[in-house]
Ligand binder design. Structure first.
Ligand code: ATP
Ligand code: MG
Ligand code: MG
Ligand code: MG
Length: 473
């Protein structure tokens, strides 16, 4: 079947609307009234108020395509075929309404029926929680071949406390040949690392309350929460080796090629990773800024800053010497306009924010890279395999290199960075700043490793930023 990304998204939502669900709009990436989350990271993250009973939804059946950011996947981008910083999670939800007996056959119908996606059942594999006899039975009754149905201990969704339960995951077999994998790769199984089997959909059966006493009590109202990665499904329909050779990313990659001039996508593995990083990050950056976030030194703002700077360094590796990122913003808007018309509408504003952050970093980038390359060369010459924390801190503090960026850059050269040393240098500076003025750390942004440190730090490389960041202190 031939479907593009917009049609695939639409079909998912229409399918579940036909099954009595209400289509919910994609919510802002910035969580509303939820201090525990830095970003919306899944469809269900926007539905907490319904799942915990605080608000009763008009309709217990809901469906959405939710933009989601997962910072834990940033360093996977470009290295795996399937991870993005920002992706869309298609989902259907049941708040105390239907359960396994409907969620499973509906998933199968959407995936395999000719009226809908029409995927080949031979290519689909299912994993389920070994003790979940009910899920197993329902899958078999639905028509899944027994040798495509595999128990897996990992299929249990649990965040420590609160609703939890078994889940079931659906994988698509992309075939040995497509990925040039050895016949007998031990990691070749659904859930294995080699990506022959692409995880496309997770269906969570939240049926227990994980209590503070560490017991699992059955919930009076059982819920369904599912998540399917749009970009991954698109890669299947477009027969693409990774998510990036699809209509969602290729126009960005093509445009990036024109900035580079000499470098072309698909010629060199290391270059391709840079193209992918840029295409991935500009989407996340554009959407996050469009949702009201701004580059800064703390929390969400730091994530945006880190993404912009990582994309700029990726551009540098492709020999792009001019500021270029901001020019990709309208392209993102164009690609996504079907479901997110506001992104294209606000492209000029978003581009201006990206441009000023890019210009700011560009002014110290070469100095920072020179320092970093010198230190790497020296470490290699000395046959040490590490970069000291003071240098990493200088790169951060003077040249605006996020620690993660330095670490990753060093790792590509086979070196590690002394993280403890970095933290110590940061703390030292923090103490100096504390002594200099009264510090108020009440920013209220959690969940970010460096929040404490970042709040007290100053990018002395940028005069305009020092003033701005001083307000944070
Ligand atoms: P993976 O094992 O591939 O990292 P996951 O098990 O962490 O995925 P879930 O938390 O089950 O993912 O999320 C539900 C679905 O969302 C996944 O099946 C996948 O299709 C999609 N998804 C999750 N993380 C990403 C990501 N970083 N980029 C793109 N799609 C993602
Ligand atoms: Mg994951
Ligand atoms: Mg997984
Ligand atoms: Mg999963």
């Amino acid at each position: 079947k031939k479907l593009n990304s917009a049609q695939i998204r639409r079909m998912y939502l229409d399918f579940f609307k036909a099954k009595g669900h209400t289509e919910m709009p994609s919510q802002s990436l910035v969580p509303v009234d939820d201090p525990t989350l830095l970003w919306i990271n899944s469809g269900v993250a926007t539905m907490k108020k319904y799942f915990d009973g605080e608000v009763v939804p008009d309709n217990p059946r809901m469906t959405s395509s939710q933009k989601s950011i997962r910072t834990n996947d940033i360093e996977n981008v470009g290295k795996t075929a399937r991870h993005h910083t920002m992706f869309e999670m298609l989902g259907n939800f049941s708040v105390g309404d239907y359960f396994k007996e409907k969620a499973i056959p509906w998933a199968w119908e959407l995936l395999t029926s000719d009226e809908w996606y029409g995927l080949d059942p031979e290519k689909l594999y299912i994993t389920y929680y070994p003790k979940d006899d009910v899920a197993k039975e329902v899958w078999l009754k639905t028509g899944v071949a027994p040798d495509h149905l595999l128990p897996n201990q990992d299929n249990f969704w649990d965040i420590g406390q609160g609703p939890s339960g078994p889940d079931t995951e659906i994988f698509y077999d992309r075939g040995q040949k497509m990925n040039n994998l050895p016949e007998d790769d031990p990691e070749s199984y659904p859930g294995g690392e080699n990506e022959r089997y692409l995880e496309i959909w997770n269906i969570v059966f939240s049926q227990f309350n994980h209590t503070p006493e560490d017991t699992y009590e059955p919930l009076p109202n059982k819920n369904i929460d599912t998540g399917m990665g749009l970009e991954r499904v698109v890669s299947i329909f477009e027969n693409a080796p990774t998510n990036f050779e699809t209509d969602l990313f290729l126009p960005i990659i093509k445009q990036t090629e024109t900035f580079s001039g000499e470098k072309q996508y698909g010629q060199d593995k290391t270059d391709d990773i840079q193209f992918k990083i840029i295409a991935d990050h500009i989407r996340a950056i554009t959407f996050a800024i469009n949702d009201g976030a701004l580059p800064s030194n703390v929390g969400r703002g730091y994530v945006i800053r880190r993404l912009i700077r990582r994309a700029v360094v990726a551009g540098k590796k492709l020999n792009i010497d001019e500021p270029f990122l901001a020019q990709l913003v309208p392209t993102v808007g164009e690609i996504m306009k079907d479901y997110y018309p506001d992104v294209l509408k606000n492209a000029e504003y978003v581009a201006s924010v990206v441009k000023s952050e890019e210009d700011r970093f560009s002014s110290t980038l070469n100095g920072g890279l020179n320092l970093l390359n010198d230190v790497i060369a020296k470490a290699k010459a000395d046959q040490t395999n590490s970069i000291d924390g003071k240098t990493a801190f200088k790169l951060y503090d003077t040249y605006g290199f996020p620690f993660e960026l330095t670490r990753e850059y060093a790792e590509d050269e086979g070196l590690v960075v002394d993280e403890d040393g970095f933290k110590a240098a940061m703390t030292e500076q923090q103490n100096r700043a504390r002594n200099a003025r009264d510090v108020d750390n009440g920013m209220g942004v959690q969940n970010d490793l460096w929040t404490d440190f970042k709040e007290a730090s100053q990018y002395v490389g940028y005069t305009d930023l020092v003033v701005k960041d001083a307000k944070v202190l």
